[in-house]
Design a protein around this ligand. Structure first.
Ligand code: ZN
Ligand code: ZN
Length: 363
């Protein structure tokens, strides 16, 4: 019987439980998981910061090989023929398609009744195997399944498992990064790294990353995601970081991308921006409460400030299509630390403490 990592209570360890292999549903698929990614959201899930039903079938990032195809499922979302053994990734969420946000706003990321594998699927409900931290996952009809290009590995896909599509939505679709732009990226986690790589792909001449710990900034420089780094250990105060930034960037950043997730970073975003700049607040996924900012500067500098929430299946498709280009320029797999599924709690602890930049579980 396949194993699945389950969170039965908040603030406890994740348990491996066995469930019977389900029948494949029409239009769905069973996929043998090769890697299940660990995301910052998993750390927050465990602490009960998000309102989700227990027990959670864990793992909202995954890649694997088709084990069984359900009746009627013959191609991936782009019409590529699917066969048993094919390497695939799936978008973790299925928007309802019929609510106000889906139908009128046409913003499926804002859908309030999305099904999300690994986040709001209960392990006690059939077909149980509804998360990617498992030996096998059962995908239902309506899941966006994408066949992987031959030139990208499972490791490369999972390294930016959530961060890549999040950056496609926030950075690629919402920002206008002109060739020659100076881009400041706050935060050196996976979302910061992905945002920096896409900013470069869009033509930024200089990406300056601010964040910590120092080892993460070094990784960003090594893989060519950033051209310069300002780390929190050398420059512990906002004032010191701003001074160091202006030494490199002169009049300031044309575009600021906040991926730090710390409320106080937003005040710094405003300071880093040159007049008339674009400022994207992408990292505040968890509600850590209010923070003091000086709104006068937003008006005076004529800043264009906006937010972007997660990603929809379409962003996952674009992410996978962009990967052959990204992996040519950046050694994505070098960022990934792989753990055995049995060591799920050690892996979660290492991601929570920042010991590893990106972790994944191999069944
Ligand atoms: Zn995630
Ligand atoms: Zn909806």
């Amino acid at each position: 019987m396949p194993k699945l990592a389950v969170l039965t209570e908040f603030n406890t360890s994740v348990e491996l439980q066995e469930f019977p292999l389900p029948e494949v549903s029409p239009g769905g698929a069973l996929v043998d998981v090769a890697l299940g990614g660990i995301c910052g959201t998993d750390v927050h899930l465990r602490t009960g910061h998000l309102s989700v039903p227990l027990p959670i079938a864990m793992g909202h990032e995954g890649v694997g090989r088709i084990r069984t195809l359900g009746e009627g499922l013959t191609t991936d979302v782009e019409g590529e023929p699917l066969a048993v053994g094919d390497r695939v990734v799936w978008a973790n969420n299925i928007p309802c398609g019929s609510c106000y946000e889906c139908m009128v706003l046409k913003e499926p990321t804002l859908c309030k009744s999305r099904k999300i594998y690994g986040i709001n699927r209960k392990a006690t409900d059939a077909p149980h195997l509804q998360g990617g931290w498992a030996e096998t996952i059962s995908l239902e009809a309506g899941t966006t399944i994408i066949k992987l290009p031959d030139s990208v590995s499972f490791e490369e896909v999972i390294t930016l498992g959530c961060a890549g599509p999040t950056a496609i939505h926030g950075v690629v679709e919402n920002l206008n990064i002109e060739p020659g732009s100076i881009v400041a990226v706050q935060g050196a986690g996976p979302v910061g790294l992905a945002s920096a790589m896409y900013a470069k792909a869009m033509g930024a001449s200089q990406v300056i990353m601010l964040g910590g710990p120092t080892s993460r900034i070094e990784v960003a420089l090594e893989i060519g995601a950033a051209d310069a780094g300002i780390d929190m250990d050398t420059y512990p105060t906002a004032k010191e970081r701003l001074a160091a930034f202006h030494e490199i960037a002169g009049h300031g950043a044309d575009v600021v991308i906040e991926c730090a997730g710390v409320p106080a970073a937003v005040a710094e975003s405003i300071d880093l921006a040159r007049p008339n700049a674009q400022v994207l607040i992408l990292g505040q996924y968890t509600d850590h409460g209010p923070t003091p900012i000086n709104p006068h500067l937003i008006t005076k500098k004529q800043l264009k400030m906006f937010g972007s929430w997660g990603f929809a299946p379409s962003h996952y498709v674009k992410y996978v299509k962009s990967l052959p280009h990204l992996v040519k320029n950046h050694d994505l797999a070098s960022i990934l630390s792989v753990y055995h599924l049995e060591d799920v709690n050690e892996a979660l602890a290492d991601v929570a403490s920042g010991k590893v930049t990106k972790g994944a579980l191999r069944p």
